[in-house]
Design a protein around this ligand. Structure first.
Ligand SMILES: Nc1nc2c(ncn2[C@@H]2O[C@H](COP(=O)(O)OP(=O)(O)OP(=O)(O)O)[C@@H](O)[C@H]2O)c(=O)[nH]1
Ligand SMILES: [Zn+2]
Length: 351
């Protein structure tokens, strides 16, 4: 990697790295022999050589290591590194920007992580698990078949709103709409979300409809694709990149492993500054363990102070200063969004 430009570190970063080295020296005497120590020692032995520091982005996590793509002055490259990290950085997730040193040709060591602009978390049995960081766009994918489920769209919107991520809503497979009535229903839904300020597109991978408009929306940053199984996420990735990058709707019966069992995530570069990250953990995460405040925060219609419930313990079932009921009475929320909100509140009560 010696041909790569040396990254100029800020004073603070240099100090942090120096501090880290000193800590390693202090720790050396009382640390048990372990793989990590071995790596750290190797790192230390090279101190005199003025280790170069590179910036990268985490694209996969495996236990105690991470795959990092090298960034060249902020631009995505094709170069990947398998990295180990100091213990305090073991919460690294896909999307984290990191600084690392090369230990040898195969191995590198991450010494610092940049502050995250956002972090998407999911809950497994009440335990928070970080999924991905620094996301610019959450591409919320839904489709006409098996059924257009706006409640799931709304669930993802809640996650996006609560994490400071811009949503882009795609309604795929519109080629399957047969009647004028169905077309109108879908058009109304799309218009409603667009009016709310969420960019929403009708697309068809089959007919190559509006794929160029999707690309236009993704000119900078890290993007993730979310949505239920079968809505056409893999098909969309192939269409956006105009390449067969993903296997569409197939299961490998020889190994009895579906493609969902792949644990690695992949970063697909759209241009120097824009990339799409795909991994099973990201694709399948859903809204769980959200509290009522977060849920209501996820509904843009309620952001107007006029529609804030007067009492913090409002049960949203009687008219006494309830923002949700007022919203409905004033016709400031569509029927489908209102029903979804009611359903989500009900599910919260039952959980
Ligand atoms: N009619 C129609 N079918 C489509 C379209 N896009 C995708 N499909 C089909 O939908 C099925 C599922 O597509 P995938 O791309 O595998 O869906 P996915 O969301 O990646 O599914 P998971 O990997 O299970 O999450 C496949 O049979 C695709 O051919 C479309 O625009 N129109
Ligand atoms: Zn209320």
């Amino acid at each position: 990697m010696s041909h790569q430009k040396k990254r100029h570190l800020s004073l603070k970063q240099q100090q942090n790295i120096n501090k880290h080295r000193q800590k390693l020296i202090a720790r050396r005497s009382n640390q048990r022999l372990s793989d990590m120590k071995h790596l750290e020692e190797e790192l230390l032995s090279q101190q005199g050589d003025q280790l170069e520091t590179y910036k990268g982005i985490v694209i996969s996590r495996y236990g105690k290591s991470a795959d990092v793509m090298l960034l060249d002055e902020g631009k995505f490259t094709q170069e990947h590194k398998r990295c180990f990290m100091k213990a305090s950085l073991d919460d690294l997730v896909v999307g984290d920007y990191v600084y690392f040193h090369d230990i040898n040709d195969e191995q590198s060591f991450i010494v610092e992580k940049e502050d995250r602009s956002n972090l998407i978390t999911r809950y497994y049995f009440n335990k928070a698990r970080n999924i991905v960081a620094n996301v610019s766009t959450m591409i919320i994918t839904s489709s006409i078949n098996p059924t257009l489920n706006t409640e799931i769209i709304d669930r993802y919107l809640i996650v996006a709103e609560n994490n400071g991520v811009r949503p882009l809503i795609l309604i795929n497979k519109v080629d399957l709409l047969e009647t004028e009535e169905d077309k109108q229903i879908v058009e109304d839904i799309i218009q409603y979300y667009n009016n709310l300020g969420y960019k929403t597109l009708a697309v068809s991978v089959k007919d190559k409809l509006n794929i160029d408009l999707i690309r236009e929306q993704l000119d900078r940053g890290l993007h993730i694709l979310v949505g239920q199984t079968g809505v056409g996420k893999s098909s969309l990735i192939n269409a956006i990149f105009n390449q067969e990058l993903m296997t569409v709707g197939e299961i490998n019966y020889d190994t009895k492993l579906g493609k969902h069992t792949t644990t690695t995530s992949r970063l697909f570069k759209l241009n120097d500054y824009s990339a799409l990250i795909d991994s099973p953990g990201i694709r399948e995460f859903s809204l769980d363990n959200y509290n009522e405040t977060q849920l209501l925060r996820g509904y843009k219609e309620l952001h107007d102070s006029e529609y804030t419930c007067r009492f913090s313990d409002c049960n949203h079932n009687n008219n006494l200063g309830c923002g949700i009921i007022k919203l409905k009475e004033d016709n400031k929320i569509s029927e489908f969004r209102y029903q979804n909100l009611r359903n989500l509140l009900q599910q919260l009560k039952e959980s």
